[in-house]
Design a protein around this ligand. Structure first.
Ligand code: SAM
Length: 298
């Protein structure tokens, strides 16, 4: 799908587009386009959240880990390190260019216990597989129906295993992120942002409610704020390497350049704040890791 061919009211990271197939193609095209900038230094937050998520989830030697919406491996790679040679990590993502980068990173780090597959979080094909730990970092809000997506991920967790979901809190790259969205809306009112799933799970209580609606009991939710100073150019790299990329593509070169210059004028450089929510729930059952249990084939 060519992003420039998409018309209508679209929502960043909300993808208020009906029809699972269209939505998946749009997300895939967005992150294929964003993949060139995805691992640039200003996008440190992928790495930060990925590492923190697998640590909080308690991934350990021998674990089998599923990473849904794995991107370029920000959580899958530290999970593979923690799981060690006796463990196994499967990362899935819609965007094949993200997966190509993830595979390159895993192989350059000599990680042989990790596999990346193209797949859809909302239509997981598990063939009876269950995992000690299932993670989804900064990805579940792309699903049209977040509780249903959480229910699908929960089914992949073995009894005694852990589901770990990380999402954005209230401030997302503020103040530059919201200013960018406002400027896009001024330039193209049809691209003005509507509240979506991201907003609906951006507080601990809202996230807990989504877990409950998906049939996942009693998550523990930790909040964290990360601040960093960025130059305007660094922030624009963030725009190109995140879901914001969709809006840049839809604006086209001339209008996106106007937005870039207006953003520089309006916000300039300075401190950027990111709030994150780290949630995890343990499926009732024996706590012993799968490696010590007779279990289904890998
Ligand atoms: C914001 S990025 C985060 C990637 C990674 N988890 C990280 O933290 O670096 C979101 C990723 O989710 C993927 N994605 C979005 N919706 C998806 C879906 N329904 N199924 C699989 N992957 C999806 C996108 O292609 C993208 O790579």
């Amino acid at each position: 799908m060519e992003l420039s061919a998409v018309r209508g009211r679209l929502c960043l990271a909300r993808f208020a587009v009906t029809g699972a197939g269209v939505r998946a193609r749009l997300i895939r095209a967005t992150f294929n386009a964003a993949s060139a900038q995805f691992d640039a230094e200003p996008l440190f937050f992928w790495r930060h959240c990925g590492t923190r998520t697998v640590e909080l989830a308690g991934v350990g030697p021998g674990d089998r880990v599923l990473d849904a919406c794995c991107g370029t491996g920000a959580s899958a790679i530290p999970a593979a390190r923690l799981a060690g040679p006796s463990g196994r990590v499967v990362g899935i993502d819609l965007a094949e260019r993200q997966l190509d980068r993830a595979r390159d990173k895993a192989s350059s780090r000599g990680l042989g216990n990790i596999e990346f597959r193209q797949g859809d979080l909302t239509a997981l094909e598990l063939a009876g597989e269950t995992y000690d730990v299932v993670v989804c970092v900064l990805g579940v809000y792309f699903a049209e129906d977040v509780p249903a997506a959480l229910a699908g991920l929960w089914r992949a967790v073995r009894p005694g295993g852990t589901l770990a979901i990380t999402t954005w809190g209230r401030r997302r790259l503020a103040p530059a992120g919201p200013a960018f969205l406002d400027l896009v809306g001024e330039e193209r009112p049809d691209l003005r942002q509507q509240p979506g799933e991201l907003e609906r799970i951006s507080t601990p209580s809202a996230l807990r409610s989504a877990f409950a609606a998906g049939g996942v009991p009693r998550p523990v939710v930790d909040e964290e704020t990360v601040t960093v100073r960025m130059t305007p150019d660094e922030f624009w790299t963030v725009v190109l390497g995140t879901g914001y990329r969709l809006l840049v593509e839809l604006l086209g070169p001339a209008a996106s350049e106007r937005v870039r210059l207006a953003l520089r004028e309006k916000v300039g450089g300075g401190e950027i704040a990111c709030d994150f929510l780290f949630a995890r729930a343990v499926r009732p059952g024996p706590r012993a890791r799968r490696r010590s249990m007779p279990g289904p084939a890998r």
